[in-house]
Unconditional design. Structure first.
Length: 69
């Protein structure tokens, strides 16, 4: 399974990515701002999603809104 970011770069476990668009968090009133760096990502079973720690909370993020650092 190949997981790619919004630019088509290959992502792997432990990479760092940057959010390219402000994202609203479901079930919360917070927003992940553009430019936020998510370090040490983990891959999921879905190639369109990754797991990462954002502001001390583990979240699942869509790879369409991420760019490899």
């Amino acid at each position: 399974m190949e997981v790619r970011d919004s630019n088509g770069n290959l992502l792997s476990e432990g990479d760092s990515v940057t959010v390219i668009k402000d994202l609203k968090v479901k079930g919360s009133s917070t927003t992940i701002k553009r430019g936020t760096v998510v370090k040490n990502i983990r891959l999921t079973n879905d190639e369109a999603e990754i797991e990462g720690r954002v502001e001390r909370t583990v979240m699942v993020l869509k790879t369409a809104f991420l760019k490899k650092v």
